[in-house]
Design a protein around this ligand. Structure first.
Ligand SMILES: C[S@@+](CC[C@H](N)C(=O)[O-])C[C@H]1O[C@@H](n2cnc3c(N)ncnc32)[C@H](O)[C@@H]1O
Length: 332
């Protein structure tokens, strides 16, 4: 596992950037421009942006292992690549601390990297035995803490809502029964308990997939982070700046779609917080959606990288209206 030392590419499984050409084309970097790569990972998007124009990239990642991977690249692109440890939901504060308040583009590639999934010590995979961890930041509450302490109802609701698992109640009941015998500490222990309860579906998807997804989402508060990241991008993008978000499952895509719809379709909407005497609050759209439908990977990309199969890219351009959260009565 890489930590704060420099990245050794031969020690890490390769992460193939998803929808790379489409994301770079959407941001269309220009010389002198400033861009945020909110999910640095292995730096695929960052490098492509730096190569496309003489621009500056602020690369954020909450995983301490990503910093090591950024070091050689920072030397290759001196003064142009700045790695920022932290969460993209905090990008406005993280960049303001470094003197940056407006940017020309923000890219978010939501989810986990191949390095994280493949490293059994991180506990993301139900195929390899490892500690039941799943913490991108490598601190805080782990997946084991959750399955060993949450009530059956809390587990069932989480697995249903974030894993979209039809058999969530049965899985939760089995988890609670199994942990009495032996608390969970390993990924395969949990995967085996789930597999004993839920049969493999016709599409061949491992029954542990959905429960592991649910746990990963809550361990890292991924949906809350996405919402904060979208609002932060709204604050940071200058007029004409572009937001490009790649997501990997319907829960994430729905958040992006709903956010962009709410931000591009808001003219003069009365706020329910506004006294009737004041009438409608003049609220102006903060984004223009570039297309209604999300961009999906080509057959060619899917052949080379099956992991891209559920990826969806949504792109929107920032208008000159103030961020909605700062408008009186605007929804944060
Ligand atoms: C799918 S990978 C990104 C891969 C990257 N686009 C590339 O081409 O190499 C997602 C990365 O985002 C990071 N990440 C996920 N959520 C984050 C958040 N809220 N803030 C910062 N980094 C996050 C993960 O640690 C992981 O390294």
């Amino acid at each position: 596992m890489t930590t704060s030392h420099e990245w050794d590419p031969s020690a890490d499984p390769e992460h193939i950037p998803v929808l790379l050409g489409e994301v770079v084309a959407a941001l269309s970097p220009k010389d002198g421009g400033t861009y945020v790569d909110g999910t640095f990972g292995a730096g695929g998007y960052t490098v492509a942006l730096l190569e496309a124009a003489h621009c500056t990239v602020w690369a954020i990642d909450r995983d301490p292992a990503a910093q090591g991977r950024s070091e050689a690249l920072s030397r290759k692109y001196p003064q142009r690549l700045h790695f920022v440890p932290g969460r993209f939901g905090d990008m406005a504060d993280l960049l303001a601390e470094r003197g940056v308040t407006q940017v020309d583009g923000v890219a978010l590639d939501i989810g986990v990297s191949s390095m994280q999934i493949e490293d059994r010590a991180r506990g993301f995979s139900f195929l390899r035995d490892g500690p039941l961890d799943m913490r991108m930041e490598q601190n805080g509450r782990s997946a084991a803490d959750i399955v060993n302490s949450w009530s059956e109802k809390e587990l069932a609701d989480t697995i249903f809502n974030y894993g979209e698992e039809r058999h969530a109640r049965r899985v939760a009941r089995a988890i609670v029964a199994a942990r009495v015998e032996r608390p969970f500490s390993r990924t395969l222990h949990l995967a085996d308990v789930i597999r004993a309860e839920v049969r493999r579906s016709n599409d061949g998807i491992d029954p542990a997939t959905r429960t592991f997804q649910a746990l990963r989402i809550v361990v890292n508060d991924e949906l809350g982070e996405l919402e904060r990241g979208l609002r932060a991008a709204e604050r940071m993008l200058r007029p004409g700046g572009v937001l490009a978000v790649v997501s990997f499952h319907s829960l994430e895509d729905r958040i992006v779609k709903t956010f962009l719809k709410s931000r591009s379709d808001v003219a003069s909407r009365p706020s329910r917080h506004t006294p009737a005497s004041l009438g409608a609050v003049p609220v102006t759209a903060t984004f223009t959606a570039i297309s209604r439908r999300p961009v999906t990977p080509s057959d060619r990309e899917l052949t080379g990288n099956p992991r891209a199969r559920s990826a969806r890219l949504r792109v929107a351009e920032r208008t000159s209206a103030p961020p909605l959260a700062s408008v009186a009565g605007g929804r944060a």
